[in-house]
Design a protein around this ligand. Structure first.
Ligand SMILES: Nc1ncnc2c1ncn2[C@@H]1O[C@H](COP(=O)(O)OP(=O)(O)OP(=O)(O)O)[C@@H](O)[C@H]1O
Length: 337
C-alpha cells in the first residue's frame, strides 16, 4: 500500500467552501488529497454504493461493499476482463437487478428503477448501438435520447404523438449537440453507416439529450481510431467542465491516466483499490490482479522465449507433419507421462 498523503485538500475544501471556484476544480482538488483506501468517503459523493452483490449461478460477478463517486470528477473504472465493471454499470443504471444491496444518487435510492427512470433522475450510460438503431438516422437516434433512454422500447418512442409536442425543442437541442460533436452534416445518414468512432460520438451526444448529471461511459474509446480518440477525450473532459460527474470503463491505461481524477480498480467482482491515477501502478494488489494479467502488458524475457519456442515448434510441425518422433515433444519421449 502506498504512503497516504495528508488530506489537507479535502479539509481545505470543506472549510473554505471555495466560493466562486468551478465545482469541478474543487472536486479534483478534494480527490487529489484523499487517502488511497478502498471504500474511502468522498467529500461530496454523487453516487453511493453499499453492499451490491450480483451473482450468475455460482459466479459472483459483482460484490462491492462500499463505493462513493465524487461529484464533478472523472472516475475511471478499470480491471481485467470479467472483473464486473459492465455488470456494475448495468446495476447502477437499472439495466440489471442485483441479488442485494443499495445504491443512491444524490441520496435518492436508485434500486428497482428501470433505465429510463434512472435516466430521468439524471444518471445515464452509453451502450452499444443495436442493429435496429443503426437503421435509424443520426437525428432519430438523438431524439430517442430525449425520451430518457428507453432503449429496447424505442419503437414506442417513435409512434407519432408520443413526442410531437416536444419534437421541435428536442430537434433544436439535438442539432446543437450534433454540431458540438461535429456530426451535424450526418444528421440524415443512417447510424449504421457511421465509423466506429463516430458511433461512439453519437452515443455520447445522445446520452446528453436527457441533460444528465452523471454520465457512465462503457469503453468510450474502444475501436476508435487515434484521430477521433483525441476528440472523444476532449468531449469527456468537456462533460466535467460543464459540471457533470463522469464514470468510465477503459482498458487503455494511457487514456485512464490522461483523463481520470480518480481510479477505481475491480477484480473478481470486488473493488481492490482506489486512488488517483498515479497511485495505481504503485499498488501491488493492482499490479498482481490487473496490470500483470492484462493483455496489453509487455512480455517478460521468459515469456518472449516461451512464445518463440512455441512458434518454432508449431512451424516445425507444419513443415514436418509426419515426423512424430521429432525430439523435444515430451509426450512422445515417454518420460512425462
Ligand atoms: N448475463 C450474464 N450471465 C452469466 N454471466 C454473466 C452475465 N453477465 C456477466 N457475466 C459474468 O460476470 C462476470 C463479470 O462480467 P463483466 O462483463 O461485468 O466484466 P467486465 O469487467 O465488464 O469485463 P470486460 O472488461 O471483459 O468487459 C464475468 O465472469 C461474466 O462472464
Amino acid at each position: 500500500m502506498p504512503a497516504e498523503p495528508t488530506p489537507t485538500g479535502a479539509h481545505a475544501l470543506s472549510t473554505t467552501g471555495g466560493a466562486g471556484a468551478a465545482p469541478q476544480r474543487l472536486a479534483q482538488a478534494a480527490l487529489r488529497d484523499l487517502p488511497w483506501e478502498v471504500g474511502i468517503a468522498k467529500p461530496d459523493p454523487a453516487i453511493v454504493v453499499d453492499g451490491v452483490v450480483r451473482t450468475f449461478g455460482g459466479l459472483t460477478a459483482v460484490s462491492v461493499d462500499h463505493l462513493e463517486i465524487q461529484r464533478g470528477g472523472i472516475t475511471g473504472l478499470i480491471g481485467p476482463n470479467g472483473a464486473g465493471k459492465t455488470t456494475l454499470f448495468n446495476l447502477l443504471t437499472g439495466f440489471d437487478q442485483p441479488d442485494g444491496g443499495t445504491w443512491s444518487f444524490d441520496g435518492r435510492p436508485l434500486g428497482k428503477l428501470a433505465p429510463h427512470q434512472v435516466a430521468r433522475l439524471g444518471v445515464v450510460r452509453t451502450f452499444q448501438l443495436t442493429k435496429a438503431l443503426s437503421r435509424l438516422t443520426v437525428l432519430q437516434n438523438m431524439l430517442l435520447g430525449a425520451q430518457g433512454q428507453k432503449g429496447e422500447s424505442f419503437l414506442r418512442a417513435l409512434v407519432p404523438g408520443t413526442w410531437r409536442a416536444q419534437e421541435k425543442a428536442n430537434t433544436e437541442k439535438a442539432m446543437e449537440l450534433l454540431r458540438r460533436f461535429k456530426l451535424d452534416a450526418k444528421k440524415d445518414d443512417f447510424a449504421g453507416t457511421l465509423s466506429g468512432g463516430q458511433r461512439k460520438l453519437l452515443e455520447m451526444a445522445r446520452a446528453l439529450m436527457s441533460d444528465p448529471q452523471v454520465v457512465m461511459l462503457d469503453e468510450p474509446m474502444a475501436g476508435v481510431n487515434p484521430a477521433l480518440t483525441q476528440s472523444l477525450l476532449g468531449h469527456v473532459k468537456d462533460l466535467r467542465e460543464q459540471g457533470m460527474t463522469v464514470v468510465f470503463v477503459e482498458h487503455d491505461m494511457d487514456v485512464v491516466r490522461d483523463i481520470s481524477d480518480w481510479v477505481v480498480v475491480m477484480a473478481a467482482g470486488k473493488v481492490i483499490a482506489e486512488g488517483p491515477p498515479e497511485s495505481i501502478s504503485q499498488n501491488q494488489a493492482v499490479v498482481d490482479a490487473y496490470l500483470g494479467a492484462h493483455h496489453d502488458a509487455a512480455l517478460t524475457i521468459e515469456e518472449e522465449d516461451r512464445v518463440l519456442a512455441e512458434a518454432e515448434e508449431s512451424i516445425s510441425r507444419e513443415e514436418h507433419p509426419d515426423d512424430l518422433r521429432r525430439p523435444g515433444r515430451p509426450d512422445e519421449k515417454g518420460t512425462d507421462r
